[in-house]
Design a protein around this ligand. Structure first.
Ligand code: SME
Length: 162
């Protein structure tokens, strides 16, 4: 039995399970289940989606996640690594969270983090956030895998507007 799973295999598994999704939350749940189960350094995997209400600043709201409960269920766009990714529209990779003053701690065990925005028609609507108990866990191939997963959700939301 194989002891490691390549990112390519995981990408295929994600694509396969995505085809069976019946709603956007179902798609997000399917994606994070595969990533959390198959990528052994991905210790917390979750989506935050932007809530926009009239007369209120937009805010990231915790959606589907796998891993320990986080105290950060609502994050303003000017807070945390999550806020930085959402407000810049760029993937943020932090190799050592202790060295990043923006970091909001979810778990004392977290050492590195990646946050990838989800776009619908060019606008950020949410993000896929992953924490690792290992420093510098997110290499270029991880970034490519996580960006692929975030794009799947963006494409789904474009086709199935809420
Ligand atoms: N670390 C994030 C907060 C979310 S938890 O990691 C799940 C941040 O700095 O924005």
């Amino acid at each position: 039995m194989a002891t490691t799973t390549s990112n390519e295999e995981v990408r295929r598994e994600v694509s396969q399970t995505a085809q069976a999704a019946t709603s956007a939350p179902d798609l997000m749940a399917r994606i994070i289940r595969v990533l959390h189960e198959r990528m052994l350094k991905y210790n917390w995997v979750g989506f935050y989606m932007i809530e926009r209400k009239a007369d209120q600043a937009p805010i990231l709201v915790l959606g589907k996640f796998e891993g320990a409960m986080t105290p950060h269920t609502r994050i303003r766009l000017n807070e945390g690594i999550c806020g930085a990714a959402a407000s810049s529209g760029k993937t943020v990779v932090v190799d050592d969270v202790t060295q990043d003053t923006r970091y909001l701690a979810c778990s004392l065990e977290t050492k590195s983090e990646i946050v990838v925005p989800v776009f619908v028609k060019g606008e950020v609507v949410g993000e896929l956030d992953i924490d690792s108990h290992f420093a510098a866990a997110f290499k270029d191939e991880d970034r490519a895998l996580v960006e692929f997963c975030a794009a799947l959700v963006g494409k789904y939301l474009e086709k199935h507007p809420a």
